[in-house]
Design a protein around this ligand. Sequence first.
Ligand code: DAH
Length: 345
Amino acid sequence: MDFESLSADLRALQQRALDEASAAPDPESLELLQIRYLSKKGEITTVLRGIGALPPGDRPRVGAIANGVSEAVKAALGRREAELHAEVQTLRLASERVDVTLPGRPRARGTLHPIPETAACIAEVFGQFGFVVYEGPEVEDDLTNFQMLNIPPDHPARDLWDTLYVDIPGHLLRTHTSPGQIRVMQSTRPPIRALLPGRCFRYEAVDASHGFEFFQVEGLMVDEGTSLADLKGLLDEFAHALFGPRKTRFRPGYYPFTEPSVAFDVECLVCGGVGCPACSRTGWMTILGAGMVHPVVLQYGGIDPERYQGFAFGMGVERIANLRHAVPDLRYYLENDLRFLEQFR
Ligand code: DAH
């Protein structure tokens, strides 16, 4: 090995390295070239192994050439790296270009389900009369759901509430929100103005107007001198707030926990009172049951019926929602079909 051939090897190596660098397609191949030429075990070092065979005077000259080759290869790799980086950048800028003139994409917003929305609307009307929202448990005991509401075991009125029982003796899924009346009376003192919204359960065959799971809103007022006239005035205001200026009427009804009991009707929202299939040709639609709280029920609530009177009312939220939105079948509320739900924006 002499100086001429060694320096010729180095020059050839440099040319090859520069060609390869400028043709490198991506950063990974640049990395490989860097290892192949410039690392400790790279090709330049390998060529320099032959330096020991040269006369001492030639060695520094070969060393200087080798350094130059190293620098040139390093610079070529650096240039190509910058080029590749710029290419990537240009591609990215092109693909991520933002057209600020495009119209915005609308974001779909959810809405309240019509049942809680109707319950909130009911609570708002009664809230204006000072009624405060309470909640009772969905798993109730027989005592509170029935007996303290003046419905003893074996009372025929139990047939009005086909009951789902749970595995805890003496407990059931509440069949109405009325047991909340007992809980409110037992935990607060008159004057009471309570509203009790909640889910109820009955052992029912499901059809367009019955569910085994449904919502009610219960109301209770207890004070000195509370009368049926107060109840009528309040319910009239409620019906007008929800359904506009329509005729209303009170009919005698029967519930074990109220005496007297009434059914509250509003002029048919479909035919305006003439009579149509929606109101069974009566011209009226029943929207709730109500009455003066039975003295026995007040007593169970720990309230002296000699001093205080109360009225109570209870309504099915699905029924009110049906009337507000002209929904013909309460099964829609539980199916969560967006085509149905999206109509309540
Ligand atoms: N709890 C009754 C039901 O589920 C509705 C009801 C009627 C509630 C009269 C009352 C009331 O508070 O006074 O059918």
